[in-house]
Design a protein around this ligand. Structure first.
Ligand code: ARG
Ligand code: ZN
Length: 884
C-alpha cells in the first residue's frame, strides 16, 4: 500500500496523557495503556450534524486481553480488529481508553518495538514501532505526556529506565520490583523508550548555561564499563557546543544513553533516554580505531542535538523526516568540524555523499529530500533524506551566512517549540528572519536526482573580462521526467599565475571584494562576467562542494596539479587531486578494456611525490590526498561500470605508487611509526593525522612485496598499543600475498579478541573487503564462524554488507555467485529482520550500472527474491521498484 504526502490530514483524535505499565516476563510481556483522549478541535467542525468519527488505533502483533472506555469494559461487538488496526466508536468528545495487550519481546528478531538484545529489554519505536507495543495513534503529530511504570524481576533486571525523570520505585513480592518515570514534555510515540537490564553506568554531570545541573549517565553491560569515557566526553562537548552555537540548553534533570548490541541503525534520540548501537558508544584505544572514536563523537552529538531539532520541534508526518534528520546531520557535521579538522571532515563527508548518495539518486529508489510517497517508511531513512538533506541545510547556511542562519534557527525554535511541523515551516522561519524569498530554493526538497553543472570560460584580454558560463540540468528520476532549475550556490575563486586568489568584481559592481565569493546560479543557463582581469585566471569552482551537484569544467591535468598545490581552499586542493586521479584511472580503464599494456601518467606520481616531500602540510590532508578514489566511486561515475577494469586500473596505480614512491613513503612511515613507539597512543588530532598517513603509507609500501616491509608490518601488528595501528596492519596483511603470516595474524587476533563483538566485527570486515581472488568463498566460510550470526545487524553489515559494498570485484563475479549469495541471505533476513534485509539489498538494485550479462544475473536474483514467498513491505518496496 502506497501512502501519499498529498493525502495528509490532521488526526481525528488527540492523546493528552499516556500512562503505561509494562510487566516484563521471560516468555511474554504485558502492556497496560491508559490513554486520556479527546476529539481534535481542528477536525470537529462538522461534528454537530455528523457525530463523532470512529477512532482508528494502530496496532500490530498485539494480543488484546482487555479493553475499556471510561471504565466500561468493551466486548468484541464494540470494536473491529484486524492485523493493523483497532477501530471503535467514541460516545463523547473526551474519554479515557484502557487496554491490556500481550506481546513477545523475547522472540522479536525484527528489533522494532520492544525486544531483547542479549539479556536486556529495550525498544526502538521510530518510525512506526510503537504500534507493536500497544494500540495507539502512532503518528508524530499526536503528542502526549507519558508516564511509564516498568515492573520486572529484580535480580535479572536491576535497572529499569524510561523517558523523563524517575518519580517512584519499589519492590514487589516474588522478587520483582518497579520504577515509574515521568516525562514532562509532550512527545510523539516514536520518541518513547524503555530499558530493563543488568547494567552498569558511568555518571557525570553538566552545568547548563543557566547554571542548572544535569546528571549524565551512560549505561552499558558490565564488561564494557571501561569503554565509556570517550562517549561521555563527547556528550559534554556536544551540550556545550549546542549552547554556544545555537543557544540551545538541555531541558531535563537527567540525560541517559544506553548501549545495546543488537540495533538496526546507529542510534535513537528517545527523549532523555538515547538508545545506541554499542558500535556508536563504546570506544577505547585498544579496541576502537581513530575513525571509530570519531564516529562515536559524531553520533553522540547527533542524537543529543535531536533534543531540539527533532524532539522539542518534531515532524508533522514522516514525509518531513529530513526536517529533523537533514538539519541534525548538518549540526553534527559542523560540530565535528569544530572539534577536529574542518577540511578533513568535509572531504570525508563529500567522498561519502558522492559515492553513495549520488548512486542512490541515480538508482531506482531515487526520491526527493522530502519524498511524496512511500510504501514502508523504514526504507526512507536514506542517504538522500540524511546526507543530501544536510547539504540542503548547508546551502541555506551558505546563502544566508552564519548570522542570518542563526537568526533563522532562533525563530524556528521559538515559533515551533512543542509543535510537529513541516520542511516548509523551517524554510518560512529562515525567510521571515532574513527577509528573503526561498521559493525557488525549495525545489531542492521536491525534485530528486543529482543536478549537473557544466561550466565553460571565456577570457577577453582586450576588455580585461573573464566570463564563466553555467549550464544546469538534472536527469530524470522515477516519477519525475522534467526538472526545473535549482538555486545552486557556487563558491569560487580565480587564481592568478602565482596561485593567489584575484580580488573579484562582477560587471556592474562598484568595487572589488575578496578573493572568495558565492554566486547563485538560478537559471538553466547563466553567465557571470568578472572585470579587471589582466591575465587569464584558473577558476576554483564549487569550493567546499557548496552545492550537491556534479560539476564539470574542462581542466587539463597540469591545471589540476596547479590547483592541488595552490588553491586557497583545502577542500578544492583535495578535489583537484581526485579529479586528476579520476582522469588518470579512466585512461587506464580504457587501456585495460582495449587489451593494451597499462601506462600510468607520471604526473600523478609527481603530484603525490610533491605532497610527500612537503613536510609543512597537515598530515591528515596528505593522507586524504594520497587516497585514490574508491572502486565504488569509479563505478558511480561510469556510464557502464567495468568492474574488472576498474579493479585492475586501481590496483596497478597502487602498485606504481608503492614502487615509484617507495623511499618517501618509507621515510614517512618510519618517522611516524617511531613516534607511535615513543609516545604510545595519544588521541589528539595531530597524532590521529600522523597515524592515518603512517597507515596509508604502509598499505602502499606493502605493494612492493619486500621482506622488510613485511617485517615492519608484523612489528606494527604485534607491538602497537592501539586498534588503529593493529587493524591497519592486519588489513595490509590480509590484502597481501604472505599467506602464512596472514593466517597467523588473523588467528592470533581472533583468539585475543574473541569475546569483544565489536572487534570481531572489524575482523570480519577486513576479510570481507579483501579483493584478492576467492572472496566469496572466504566470506561463506566466515559465515560459519562461531562469532557470526545473522541475528545481529552489526555482524550482517560487517560481513555481508562489507562484501557486497566494498569488495566489488568479488561480489560482481561474472558467474553471478556473489548475487546469488546476497539474495539467499536477503530471503532469510526478510523473515528475521525486514529492515536489515531491505538495506542489504541495495547493491542488487544498482543493476543498470553493469554489462548485459551481469544485469541479467542481478535481475534474476531480484525476481527470485520477489517470488520467494511472503515479503515484508520493506523488501517488497525495494525489489518491486528496482525491477520496475
Ligand atoms: N532517528 C534516528 C537517527 O537518525 C534513526 C532512527 C532509525 N529508525 C529506523 N526505523 N530506521 O538518529
Ligand atoms: Zn537522526
Amino acid at each position: 500500500k502506497v501512502i501519499y504526502l498529498k493525502d495528509y490530514q490532521a488526526p481525528e483524535y488527540l492523546i493528552d496523557e499516556t500512562n503505561l505499565t509494562f510487566e516484563l516476563y521471560e516468555d511474554h510481556s504485558l502492556v497496560h495503556a491508559q490513554l486520556v483522549m479527546r476529539r481534535n478541535p481542528e477536525r470537529a467542525a462538522g461534528d454537530a450534524g455528523a457525530g463523532l468519527p470512529p477512532l482508528v488505533l494502530d496496532g500490530q502483533q498485539l494480543e488484546l486481553l482487555a479493553l475499556s472506555m471510561d471504565d466500561q469494559a468493551l466486548t468484541a461487538a464494540d470494536y473491529q480488529l484486524d492485523d493493523s488496526h483497532l477501530t471503535l466508536q467514541p460516545k463523547a468528545a473526551t474519554f479515557t481508553l484502557d487496554s491490556t495487550v500481550r506481546i513477545h519481546p523475547e522472540t522479536n528478531t525484527a528489533l522494532e518495538g520492544l525486544y531483547k538484545s542479549g539479556k536486556m529489554f529495550c525498544t526502538q519505536c521510530e518510525a512506526e514501532g510503537f504500534r507493536k507495543i500497544t494500540y495507539y495513534l502512532d503518528r508524530p503529530d499526536v503528542m502526549s505526556k507519558f508516564t511509564t511504570t516498568v515492573t520486572a524481576e529484580q535480580h535479572r533486571y536491576p535497572v529499569l529506565l524510561s523517558n523523563g525523570n524517575p518519580v517512584a520505585s519499589g519492590s514487589e513480592e516474588g522478587g520483582r520490583h518497579w520504577a515509574t518515570w515521568q516525562d514532562p514534555f509532550k512527545k510523539p510515540a516514536y520518541l518513547f523508550a524503555l530499558v530493563a537490564g543488568d547494567l552498569w553506568c558511568v555518571e557525570d554531570s553538566f552545568t547548563t548555561m543557566t547554571a542548572r545541573d544535569v546528571a549524565l549517565r551512560i549505561y552499558v553491560e558490565p564488561e564494557n564499563i571501561d569503554k565509556v569515557q570517550h562517549a561521555m566526553d563527547s556528550l559534554k562537548k556536544s551540550m556545550r557546543w549546542d549552547e554556544e552555537v545555537y543557544g540551545r540548553e538541555y531541558d531535563l534533570d537527567i540525560f541517559m544513553i544506553v548501549a545495546v548490541n543488537d540495533f538496526n541503525m546507529g542510534a535513537m534520540e528517545n527523549k532523555g533516554l538515547n538508545i545506541f548501537n554499542s558500535s556508536c558508544v563504546l570506544a577505547k584505544a585498544e579496541t576502537a580505531t581513530d575513525a571509530a572514536h570519531q564516529r562515536v563523537e559524531a553520533v553522540v552529538a547527533h542524537e543529543y542535538f535531536h533534543n531540539w531539532s527533532g524532539n522539542r520541534v518534531t515532524c508533522r508526518d514522516w514525509f518531513q523526516l529530513s526536517l529533523k534528520e537533514g538539519f541534525t546531520v548538518f549540526r553534527d557535521a559542523e560540530f565535528s568540524a569544530d572539534m577536529n579538522s574542518r577540511t578533513v571532515k568535509r572531504i570525508e563527508d563529500v567522498a561519502f555523499l558522492r559515492t553513495n548518495q549520488f548512486a542512490e539518486d541515480a538508482g531506482p529508489m531515487a526520491h526527493p529530500v522530502r519524498p511524496d510517497s512511500f510504501m514502508e517508511i523504514s526504507n526512507f531513512y536514506t542517504l538522500t533524506v540524511y546526507e543530501k538533506g544536510s547539504e540542503v541545510v548547508r546551502m541555506i547556511h551558505t546563502l544566508l551566512g552564519a548570522e542570518g542562519f542563526r537568526k533563522g534557527t532562533d525563530l524556528y525554535f521559538e515559533r515551533h517549540d512543542g509543535q510537529a511541523v513541516t520542511c516548509d515551516d523551517f524554510i518560512k522561519a529562515m525567510e521571515d528572519a532574513n527577509g528573503v524569498d526561498l521559493t525557488q530554493f525549495k525545489r531542492w526538497y521536491s525534485q530528486a536526482g543529482t543536478p549537473r553543472l557544466a561550466v565553460t570560460e571565456a577570457f577577453d584580454p582586450a576588455a580585461r573580462t573573464y566570463t564563466l558560463s553555467f549550464r544546469q540540468s538534472c536527469p530524470a528520476t522515477p516519477g519525475q521526467a522534467e526538472k526545473l532549475p535549482f538555486v545552486i550556490p557556487v563558491e569560487l575563486g580565480l587564481l592568478d599565475a602565482a596561485g593567489n586568489d584575484l580580488p573579484l568584481r562582477l560587471a556592474g559592481e562598484a568595487q572589488a571584494g575578496g578573493g572568495n565569493r558565492v554566486i547563485s546560479v538560478t537559471e538553466a543557463e547563466q553567465s557571470f562576467t568578472f572585470v579587471d582581469i589582466a591575465e587569464k585566471p584558473l577558476p576554483s569552482l564549487l569550493r567546499g562542494l557548496s552545492a550537491p551537484v556534479k560539476l564539470s569544467f574542462p581542466y587539463d591535468r597540469d591545471q589540476l596539479m596547479f590547483l592541488m598545490q595552490h588553491d586557497s581552499d583545502g577542500f578544492n586542493r583535495w578535489d583537484a587531486g581526485q579529479q586528476l586521479s579520476v582522469q588518470v584511472l579512466q585512461e587506464l580503464i580504457g587501456q585495460h578494456q582495449r587489451g593494451e599494456p597499462l601506462q600510468l601518467d607520471p604526473r600523478l606520481l609527481t603530484a603525490f611525490r610533491t605532497l610527500l616531500d612537503d613536510e609543512s602540510l597537515d598530515q591528515a590532508m596528505v593522507a586524504e590526498m594520497l587516497s585514490l578514489p574508491s572502486e565504488a566511486y569509479l563505478t558511480e561515475i561510469s556510464e557502464v561500470a567495468d568492474v574488472d577494469a576498474i579493479h585492475a586500473a586501481r590496483e596497478f596505480t597502487r602498485q606504481s605508487i608503492g614502487a615509484t614512491l617507495f623511499e618517501p613513503l618509507l621515510a614517512r612511515y618510519q618517522a611516524n611509526r617511531a613516534i607511535s613507539r615513543e609516545t604510545g597512543y595519544v588521541a589528539e588530532a595531530a597524532h590521529i593525522a600522523r597515524r592515518t598517513l603512517q597507515n596509508i603509507a604502509l598499505s602502499y609500501l606493502m605493494q612492493s612485496g619486500k621482506a622488510d616491509v613485511l617485517a615492519a608490518c608484523l612489528e606494527q601488528f604485534k607491538d602497537c598499543d592501539n586498534m588503529t595501528e593493529r587493524l591497519s596492519a592486519l588489513a595490509v596483511l590480509v590484502n597481501s600475498g604472505f599467506e602464512q603470516e596472514k593466517a597467523e595474524a588473523l588467528a592470533c587476533f581472533a583468539d585475543y579478541f574473541k569475546d569483544d563483538p565489536l572487534v570481531m566485527d572489524q575482523w570480519f570486515s577486513v576479510q570481507a573487503g579483501c579483493g584478492l581472488p576467492g572472496g566469496l568463498e572466504r566470506v561463506q566460510a566466515l559465515m560459519e564462524h562461531p562469532a557470526f550470526t545473522l541475528k545481529n545487524p552489526n555482524k550482517v553489515r560487517a560481513l555481508i554488507g562489507a562484501f557486497a559494498n566494498q569488495n566489488l570485484v568479488n561480489f560482481h563475479r561474472a558467474d553471478g555467485a556473489g548475487y546469488r549469495f546476497l539474495a539467499d541471505h536477503v530471503i532469510t533476513l526478510n523473515a528475521l529482520n525486514p529492515q536489515i534485509a531491505s538495506r542489504q539489498l541495495a547493491p542488487l538494485t544498482r543493476w543498470r550500472k553493469y554489462d548485459d550479462g551481469r544485469q541479467q544475473l542481478m535481475r534474476a536474483e531480484l525476481e527470485r527474491i520477489l517470488a520467494s514467498g511472503e515479503l515484508s513491505s520493506d523488501v517488497f518496496e525495494v525489489v518491486s521498484k528496482s525491477l520496475a
